[in-house]
Design a protein around this ligand. Structure first.
Ligand code: FE2
Length: 356
């Protein structure tokens, strides 16, 4: 691929002109200073005190940097997002009711957003990620679309013949399965069983909103045609495969085994299955990553810097950046941890204090 004209420009245009012997090169600008010949539009010398200076600054859309009310750079991460827990029993009942009132023919998705309960927020679950519960009724479909946010599903309840169609292939959805739908891949859902299907979606949409490159469109056929069933798709981590592998993994702490569901096809968030043996207590100090936990099996209790949550299968829980956490399993439990650790590592901002 050829480089763009701007990327091939020499650092010094005058040096280049001189080297090529061009007689028509413009005169070299002085390198002693960068001075504007235009006068200021405001007479700052008229200010007799700082308040007058600040008023004059407003007229040229500038802010002083020496008396800023809140510092822009600070010693440790702020913690605007808070720990939170959502019960599947509540989400399931609400979605069941929504099944009577919300049609997939007009709603893009029948889902519930787990918005972090902080003032002014109606979407993000943590800074970079959003988690949502979704339901597709038996015999129903949710149309195919694609978007720049990366997405994944964690299936909670689904009967055989429930599928996510990714790029024209039907990928089975069974309880505990994890499915990926990366950036700009068409995906839709079709439930060809008679049983309502429930799952959790996780997307990096808050990160995309912040950075800006949001794009979305609907498939021209509404539901993308698909005949082939691809149960071994690289987009699927079947629970029947990864749970046995998780149980064979080495312990990272007493009673704690982990298994990353990869190789990663998503650049922004990872997926780590965690097995906690009954009676295990697992404590982790702070890290810069934002984490969403989904309970796939078992019961237990977590404490996130003093906030205590009793959890059971299907629940969702968030540990935002820089919060301490402790998890206690009352019975053998499998959790799925989704986090933005790949982003933090990619940018050199991953920091973690140890787990016990
Ligand atoms: Fe989607």
């Amino acid at each position: 691929m050829s480089s763009s004209p701007s990327s091939s420009l020499p650092l010094s245009a005058s040096a280049s002109a001189s080297a090529s012997g061009s007689a028509s090169a413009p005169p070299s600008p002085s390198t002693d200073s960068i001075a504007s010949s235009a006068p200021p539009v405001v007479d700052f010398d008229a200010a007799t005190d700082l308040n007058e200076l600040y008023s004059l600054l407003d007229r040229v859309q500038m802010k002083n940097g020496w008396a800023k009310p809140t510092p822009s750079i600070y010693p440790e991460p702020k913690k605007p997002f808070v720990p939170a827990h959502w019960r599947y029993a509540d989400a399931r009942a609400a979605l069941h009711a929504a099944g009577r009132l919300v049609g997939t023919e007009w709603a893009e998705r029948r889902n519930l957003i787990m918005a972090n309960p902080i003032p002014g927020n109606d979407y993000a679950t943590v800074r970079t990620l959003v988690g949502a519960y979704q339901m597709v009724k038996g015999g129903e479909s949710a149309r195919s679309h694609r978007h720049t946010p990366n997405a994944m599903r964690i299936v909670l309840e689904a009967a055989p013949n429930t599928f996510t169609i990714v790029d024209g292939k039907k990928i089975p959805m069974l309880p505990g399965d994890v499915l990926l739908t990366p950036n700009w891949h068409y995906h839709g859902h079709t439930n060809e069983s008679t049983q309502d299907a429930y799952w959790i979606d996780v997307l990096d949409a808050p990160l995309v909103q912040f950075l800006g490159p949001m794009f979305f469109n609907v498939h021209p056929d509404r539901l993308e045609p698909a005949d082939e069933i691809d149960s071994r798709s690289p987009m699927r981590f079947a629970y029947a495969d990864y749970k046995p592998a998780l149980l064979l993994a080495d312990e990272i702490a007493r009673g704690v085994r982990t298994l990353e569901l990869g190789p990663s096809a998503l650049p922004t968030f990872d997926r780590v299955a965690v097995h906690l043996a009954a009676g295990t207590k697992w404590s982790c100090q702070r890290s810069t990553v934002n984490q969403i936990f989904t309970v796939i099996e078992g019961q237990g209790e977590s404490s996130i810097e003093g906030q205590r949550y009793a959890w059971s299968a299907g629940d969702m829980m968030v540990v935002p950046s820089w919060y301490e956490q402790e998890h206690v399993a009352q019975e053998n439990a499998v959790l799925l941890r989704v986090s933005d650790e790949p982003v933090m590592r990619m940018l050199g901002w991953y920091r973690q204090q140890p787990c016990d």
